[in-house]
Design a protein around this ligand. Structure first.
Ligand SMILES: Nc1ncnc2c1ncn2[C@@H]1O[C@H](COP(=O)(O)OP(=O)(O)OP(=O)(O)O)[C@@H](O)[C@H]1O
Length: 311
């Protein structure tokens, strides 16, 4: 069942007092991928996660986790995922070791099995040296790693991370990204919510951009960037005359726009694969390109193009 989806969401809707905060959202998460739910404050990310994790009941629509319907198989579904949210209820006066032991026991592990798993997780999440510290002495990064460790006690294949790096400094954020990548390399599927475009760009195989409860874009980060357009190929030639000749040659098939210097031409690309065709055509006419630059729009461009005007 290699191609089976980890998560299938169809026309998911949640209304509070008649007001739709999640509005007919549909998406699939493939096994083994990182899926980012991206959106501005109040877009409906947390509400969506709450429905996926059986905390909230959808008003309409369906959710399947590894093929199990969340409404009719809630118990089974709960055994298949781990959830890390910012509100994980840990005891601040206890140590990381003690918290991990308590949650391991709550997960049904025997005392000896709980000890083994606690030590494994302290190791995996680089918390051995701080295992005896109480949580009120933990840094933000240590706390997030512990939250994540706790949600992984029973080795879930699917992990929900609600804003895993909000408020972390850049270095700690990068460490968290490395941890997330390690989990995926070991076979996990991850859905994370984030307000950081860079995070979605760095980590995600697929991004769902939501705004005012609606899915406004879905695809790989590169596809989304192509969708808002603006993918450009900038070619520099040895001589100005060559640039002019190249412009003439290409104009019939692609759109050649203004360039900052007379030695360069700027081409609006439909997709990256066109670069080879363009270079081959130029080479056939002995038009020597000295520099090639493909300029992608950033995920920021996507975000602003698709959400900004409406907020
Ligand atoms: N229990 C509730 N009752 C009424 N309205 C709610 C409830 N929970 C959430 N909302 C509203 O639903 C909308 C979406 O909230 P949600 O927390 O899902 O957004 P979010 O995308 O996670 O935002 P943030 O990034 O700020 O956490 C908001 O307008 C919020 O006020």
């Amino acid at each position: 069942m290699e191609n089976e989806n980890a998560v299938t969401v169809e026309k998911l809707t949640k209304s509070f007092k008649g007001h739709k905060v999640v509005d007919q959202i549909s998406f699939n998460i493939h096994r083994g991928e990182i899926f980012a739910l991206l959106g501005p404050n109040g877009a409906g990310k947390t509400t969506t996660i709450k429905m996926l994790t059986t905390i909230l009941k959808p008003t309409k629509g369906s959710i399947k986790i590894f093929g199990y319907d969340v409404e009719t198989n809630a118990m089974k579904v709960r055994s298949l995922f781990g959830l890390t949210s910012q509100s994980t209820s840990l005891d601040e006066d206890l140590s990381a070791y003690e918290n991990l032991m308590i949650f391991s026991r709550l997960n049904g592990l025997s005392r000896s099995a709980a000890k083994v798993r606690t030590n494994e997780l302290l190791n995996e999440f680089d918390l051995v040296d701080s295992a005896k510290k109480t949580l009120n002495n933990f840094s933000g990064g240590m706390r997030r790693r512990l939250d994540l460790a706790i949600s992984l006690i029973d080795r879930p294949q699917l992990i929900f991370l609600d804003e895993p790096t909000t408020g972390l400094d850049p270095r700690t954020r990068a460490q968290m990204w490395a941890t997330i990548r390690t989990l995926v390399n070991a076979g996990s599927t991850i859905l994370l919510t984030t307000q950081y475009l860079e995070e979605a760009d760095q980590l995600a195989n697929q991004v769902a951009l939501i705004d005012h409860g609606k899915l406004v874009a879905l695809g790989t980060p590169d596809k989304l960037k192509e969708q808002v357009g603006g993918l450009k190929l900038v070619l520099t030639f040895k001589k100005q005359t060559q640039a002019a000749e190249a412009k003439q040659l290409l104009e019939s098939t692609v759109s050649v726009g203004k360039s900052s210097t007379k030695q360069t031409i700027t081409i609006a690309l439909e997709n990256v694969a066109d670069v080879t065709k363009i270079l081959n055509r130029l080479a056939a006419k002995q038009l020597e390109v000295t520099k090639i630059d493909v300029q992608y729009p950033s995920l920021d461009d996507v975000f602003f193009a698709l959400t900004f005007g409406k907020n």
